[in-house]
Design a protein around this ligand. Sequence first.
Ligand SMILES: Cc1cc2nc3c(=O)[nH]c(=O)nc-3n(C[C@H](O)[C@H](O)[C@H](O)COP(=O)(O)OP(=O)(O)OC[C@H]3O[C@@H](n4cnc5c(N)ncnc54)[C@H](O)[C@@H]3O)c2cc1C
Length: 574
Amino acid sequence: MAVRPRRAGHGRGRTTGGGVRFGIRRPPNGSARTARGPWSPRRPPGWGVAVIPAQSARTVRAVRAVVVGAGFSGIGAAVRLREAGFNDVLVLEKGTQLGGTWRENTYPGCACDVPSTLYSYSFTPDAAWSRVFAGQREILAYLRATAERYRLDDMLRCRVQVLGARWDGAAGRWLLETSDGPYSAAVLVLATGPWHVPRRLEVPGIEDFNGPTFHTARWDHSVDLAGRRVTVVGSGASAVQIVPAIEAQTSAVNLFQRTAQWVLPKPDVPVPAAFNGLLDRVPGARGALRAGQYALQEGFGYAFRHPRAARLLEAGARAHLRLAVRDRQLRRQLTPDHQLGCKRLLTSSTFYRALSQPHVRLHPTAVTAVRGNEVVGDDGTTVETDVLIEATGFRVGELPLSKTLYGTDGRTLDEAWGGEPQAYLGTTASGFPNLFLLLGPNLLGGSTSAITVLEAQLTYLIAALAHLDRSGHRALDVRSAAQAAHNTAVQEALATTVYNAGGCTSYYFTSTGRNIFAWPWSTGRLVRRLSRFDAEAYTSDAPAWPLSLPAQARPQPGEPTVAANADECGPPPG
Ligand SMILES: Cc1cc2nc3c(=O)[nH]c(=O)nc-3n(C[C@H](O)[C@H](O)[C@H](O)COP(=O)(O)OP(=O)(O)OC[C@H]3O[C@@H](n4cnc5c(N)ncnc54)[C@H](O)[C@@H]3O)c2cc1C
């Protein structure tokens, strides 16, 4: 569905593809295009979209802020920035469309696992979902409808890949190298997403596999699975959705499971239109539903911070397994050896049933090689395969761009981190002024909606920009001592959580054993910490660094490069 600028999607009860419907007549930010935030009049002159000459003959497009990526985070940032009166903002997206995760993951059965009422922006409380856990198409349609509703078309640029950026201390700006030429921005917001770079299956012989093979985030819809022998490698969040969705059409599914994971039932039912109508009519009903779901998710969070409480959930997961799987050996193979919550908690009411089908087989072993059309397990198992699906997850710790983002001392973010990503409140990084990382290190966990975390960060971002305007400073750089103290506290608090003490390895950890993913306290605490900009943690003057373009800005290995197809995101660049 194309994003039609400015008109569509505002009428009451209008369906905007995929079943998402907004229930109010006009955008809450009806004056968005002309809105002026409280600090707008004091904005330094010349900060609007402008073209300034670069040292090389190339032109540099200068804006107040560049947001990199147009997924949930980038779209959310654009809405909140515009609402706050910042209209000289560009969202640069390398894909052909907005949507991020929900544009890229199109595999059968793809859906969210946090209820949609919570896994959506708080500023669209009237979004009416067709299921408790919406599917990929509906979520993508929702993101497009949100971009339409908030009239973001003039902010969005698709098919523009940011290749790298360098902080120019003299100018107090970021100089960006992109596939569309250079840009300059006072503020750089990275919304590139933790679940973006696929972790491919790297075993000997994979290159010579005699058949189609693809990662779940790059589903090849031209491959017909009907009557084929399919092997799925991995047993995480994507695999538990894919196996039940495809098994009926295949002649065989072989699932290679390196580590058994806890699975709770998923109460995924359609939401009757009448119920949505009721929610529309009763004032405050949608808000109350969202609050209830937030509280429920926080209950999981509490359990993950208090391993004894996690045992209760574990009893529930065990009962689910016992009821769903009759075969004792299969049950044993599916029983995890770590505590619930240590790895991302899975939810599905169909996965165990699918595994119990006669043509579906679980292999509780890692894949170690591929030989011709055989997949080989660590325990010597060999399985003949027509189609090989890599449900192997993402390189969560590898922030796209970290290798080509140069800070005040000329080091890249990657070099500054030394393999252990960390930030102040998961949002700002010392030595990288005016840089904001959305869904950055140590902010998430296995329980909450990423959107709740994101929106708390956006409040902080807006407050930081307001502070800059009020104070007249050009740059804010978080003090290294504040960053270090925060991270020491985070790591200490993590030590007793189930993430660290639950007896597993997970993608939350670096190879050095540092948990770079989880927030160790309640989401409420996170929201409170980010609700106010704490200027005392920052220095306001950044050291100078000579203006020059990033030397060798290249996409990182494995990172998908700029798309080349038709553009549905906004007007063509330039
Ligand atoms: C299958 C799946 C299901 C999920 N379900 C849930 C759930 O139920 N609940 C939950 O809380 N979270 C869930 N997540 C996590 C999900 O990724 C986040 O909730 C959220 O969508 C992340 O949004 P984002 O905008 O930060 O990142 P993304 O959605 O990944 O978007 C990042 C965007 O940045 C672009 N980009 C990257 N690098 C560049 C560059 N150099 N230049 C220009 N553009 C660039 C990408 O093309 C992409 O469009 C799920 C993830 C997956 C993969």
